[in-house]
Design a protein around this ligand. Structure first.
Ligand code: SF4
Ligand code: SF4
Length: 357
């Protein structure tokens, strides 16, 4: 058996080993049979600050909402999607309100509560009370410790904002590797906006690449260019939301102007990244932007396809569970018909853009 290049998962020592499954370093951590992307850089030239050392050891903690397996709409093939917490935008039609705040928080789904009282007994701050057979939840008292979620057997309490390092999440994300390999799938980082936690994303993508897993980042690109650059070369593809080209309209719909988003998209184009565009199609909000979006996308060479996502209003209970107001609750926003969605796709196809379904 010949020597093969390997690397130590925790210490990142590159070794040539024969039949060894342990690194020779003091940590003695297991070694992977593949070189990760970072190993193709000159390691000796990298600064060894405390922060760099922690990053190399996959110690940055990420805050996430959920892990979904067997996803088929978050990139190529069958995928596992990790939803990270926190988003800089406030799109009126957002259907993941649990991903907006960067802080951990508790969702209380009152319609599922059986008023068993276990959460009241478990809560250290008295945020849950059962009064005259009715469950009262005082969010102001909640310190987001997550203890009540684990004692609720009715799924009435969901804790959004678990924290973990890349090394801690990796085993879970690799559970379906056989399906990824068979279907051409992999792991997608989504949110919220994953690139708000760019260091964590970088560490996780590095580890996934080291394990031979295809990676994708689902992003709104409303982040500093430096954050985006941290994952260039580690994401096999980007799934990018484009909501409007008119910046004033974008600000009114999503809370921020779009110059940074379009600039980052042009950067991905210049760096020859693989990009799939997603356009939320919301009648009465951004439906009139389709031609401008198509004209802009036609100037890019990085776009492998565009997906039009028709609006739906199925996220109302999530807003209620977080004591948030659904921005479109009082606005008459019709669900687009199949013909309207098809007409939007035709606008893109007429510019020679590949439309995905
Ligand atoms: S533990 Fe769950 S079901 Fe029981 S009272 Fe609390 S929220 Fe309701
Ligand atoms: S998350 Fe912690 S503090 Fe908040 S309600 Fe549950 S047990 Fe109480």
């Amino acid at each position: 058996m010949s020597c093969r290049p390997r690397y130590c998962v925790r210490r990142r020592h590159i070794r040539r080993t024969m039949r060894r499954s342990r690194c020779a370093c003091a940590a003695g951590t297991s070694i992977s049979p593949r070189f990760p992307a970072w190993s193709r850089t000159n390691l000796s030239a990298r600064p060894k600050t405390r922060q760099a050392t922690e990053t190399e050891n996959h110690m940055t903690k990420g805050t996430y909402i959920n892990i979904k397996r067997f996803e088929i709409h978050d990139g190529d093939g069958m995928r596992t999607t990790l939803f990270l917490k926190g988003c800089p935008l406030r799109c009126k039609w957002c259907h993941n309100p649990e991903g907006l705040s960067t802080k951990p928080e508790l969702g209380f789904y009152a319609h599922k509560c059986t008023v068993c009282g276990r959460c009241a007994a478990a809560c250290p701050t008295g945020a849950h009370r059962i009064v005259d057979g009715v469950h009262r939840f005082d969010r102001a008292k909640c310190i987001a410790c997550g203890k009540c979620e684990s004692v609720c057997f009715s799924d009435a309490l969901i804790f959004y904002g678990k924290r973990a390092t890349a090394a801690e999440l990796l085993p879970k994300l690799l559970e379906d590797k056989a399906f990824y390999d068979h279907s051409g799938g992999g792991v997608t980082l989504s949110g919220g906006e994953p690139l708000l936690q760019a260091d964590f994303c970088r560490e996780l993508l590095t580890a996934l690449h080291g394990a031979g897993v295809n990676t994708a980042v689902d992003t709104c690109l409303a982040v500093p260019e430096a954050n985006l650059r941290k994952v260039i070369g580690l994401a096999d593809s980007f799934l990018v939301d484009v909501k409007a080209i008119d910046s004033d309209l974008h600000r009114s719909l999503c809370g921020l102007p779009n110059e940074r988003i379009l600039q980052n998209l042009r950067l991905l184009d210049a760096l020859h990244q693989r990009v799939e565009i997603r356009i939320p199609f919301v009648p009465g909000q951004n439906a009139g932007e389709m031609e401008k979006i198509a004209d802009f996308l036609a100037t890019l060479t990085c776009v492998v396809g565009v997906r039009v996502l028709p609006y739906h209003n199925l996220s109302g209970t999530k807003y209620e569970s977080l004591d948030l107001r659904y921005p479109l609750a009082a606005v008459d926003t019709p669900i687009p018909t199949a013909a309207e969605t098809e007409a939007a796709r035709d606008v893109l196809a007429a510019r020679g853009i590949r439309v995905l379904r």
